[in-house]
Design a protein around this ligand. Structure first.
Ligand SMILES: Cc1ncc(COP(=O)(O)O)c(C=O)c1O
Length: 413
């Protein structure tokens, strides 16, 4: 984040008006949407970019020689450039559109499993990973005999760099870590982690599905080999994600899926493959979704990623301060610089009941294991509730959450 004095202030009331869904109610009450870590709401800029494309300029990309195909191809490739700028990638060719974050992890897992990761090779993960950055690596354990090595995190979700460095051996091929926990909101020291991985000759992939939403990401500065984003958390549509890969790392990967557009030449006896990024975009890609994602990233850039982060930091401080006053609430994760993703439990209440009661007060939060069962085990709980804040949330939303928790405690505590 840049110097606080240079950060523009977000006009949150005006910004909220850009989100049509926020004008609806929930059971006759003001809707307080605190589930953006699962999926964020969409501004008009995204909705209009997608409807404009469908209404005025839609055809399949890359294949046509006619006006509509050329226009749609230009819009799709423009979205790729927007993502490259958002991540500060060296080239748009390092940006692959996938069907989501999960698809991107599976792409790397499958493709590295062909030539780069085999019997006895080691992959380092942390216990704080989302299942989508765990299960594809279990596939390599089950199918190729790879070994998963687990990095512990502190109660706040922080990584101990010495403990991390101690996990490497000459067999370590890959590190796959979240840049920010979807439960504890803790940011990872990505640049330091990448340097240690490279010093040991291993590649490193970051799960940026949460980090990409809450602050600027610079993949060249981090110097990672792979970085994953998902569209629907970035105020964009579902059905699209991003795999950034350093060009050398991408060139080393064989294709994941076979089909149209990813080939150089197909004969009855042989096939040769296109260069990245097209090698990894078999078939008709998520055209409208990529255009929508481009619009959402432009929308974020227009508001200022740092301005959004500064607003969220104020909400984070407010909600943590208010929650600390509730002696019946246990908060998980207070790492320095954390995002406003707040996991908590209420004494005597199951997280599902917390969510159900809050829902009736108009407050939408998530409850469950958050696709992070190893982290739940580490924290010693089966599940938590989770309130997650975004650019459109307000201090009034914090107060609504606190009032709802008092009610929950009265009913269940
Ligand atoms: C940290 C993290 N990684 C990966 C994912 C998976 O993203 P998707 O479901 O969009 O594929 C999520 C979504 O919840 C997430 O929070």
């Amino acid at each position: 984040m840049s110097d606080g004095s240079q950060i523009a202030t977000l006009d949150v009331e005006a910004l909220r008006k850009e989100f049509p869904i926020l004008s609806r109610d929930a059971y006759g009450k003001r809707l307080v949407y605190l589930d953006s870590a699962a999926s964020a709401q969409k501004p008009k800029a995204v909705i209009e970019a997608m409807t404009h494309s469908m209404a005025h300029s839609y055809a399949n990309v890359h294949r046509g020689l006619h006006l509509l195909s050329n226009e749609t191809t230009a819009a799709y490739e423009e979205a790729r450039k927007t993502v490259a700028t958002f991540l500060n990638a060296k080239s748009p060719d390092e940006i692959i559109f996938t069907s989501g974050g999960t698809d991107a992890f599976n792409l790397v897992s499958y493709a590295m499993g062909v030539n780069e990761i085999g019997e006895g090779d080691e992959i380092i993960l942390s216990v704080a990973e989302h299942h989508s950055n765990i299960v594809p690596w279990h596939f390599l354990r089950e199918r190729k005999g790879a070994v998963l090595k687990w990095l512990d995190v502190s109660d706040d979700g922080e990584i101990d760099l010495d403990a991390y460095a101690a996990l490497f051996t000459s067999k370590t091929k890959l590190v796959a870590l979240s840049h920010m926990s979807n439960v504890l909101g803790a940011p990872a020291p990505a640049k330091e982690l990448a340097k240690i991985a490279h010093d040991h000759g291993a590649k490193i992939l970051f799960d940026g599905c949460q980090a990409g939403v809450h602050g600027a990401v610079d993949v060249q500065n981090i110097d990672c080999d792979f970085y994953v984003l998902t569209g629907h958390k970035l105020y964009g549509p579902s059905g699209v994600g991003v795999l950034y890969g350093k060009m050398d790392a991408l060139k080393a990967l064989p294709p994941f899926k076979g089909g149209g557009e990813m080939i150089d030449m197909v004969t009855q006896d042989a096939v040769t493959y296109n260069d990245p990024p097209h090698r990894f975009e078999a078939g008709t890609p998520p055209i409208l979704e990529a255009i929508g994602l481009g619009a959402s990233l432009n929308w974020m850039a227009g508001k200022g990623v740092d301005a959004i982060a500064a607003h969220e930091a104020r909400l984070n401080a407010h909600v943590l301060e208010e929650l600390a006053k509730l002696n019946f609430v246990r908060v998980f994760g207070r790492a320095e610089g954390k995002a406003p993703i707040i996991a908590f439990t209420v004494e005597g209440a199951h997280p599902h009941d917390i969510s159900a009661i809050l829902d009736r007060t108009g407050v939408a939060v998530r409850a469950g294991h958050h696709c992070a069962q190893p982290l739940m085990k580490r924290l010693g709980v089966p599940a938590t509730a989770r309130a997650s804040f975004a650019a459109y949330n307000t201090h009034e939303d914090v107060e609504a959450l606190i009032a709802g928790l008092h009610k929950t405690h009265q009913m269940l505590g």
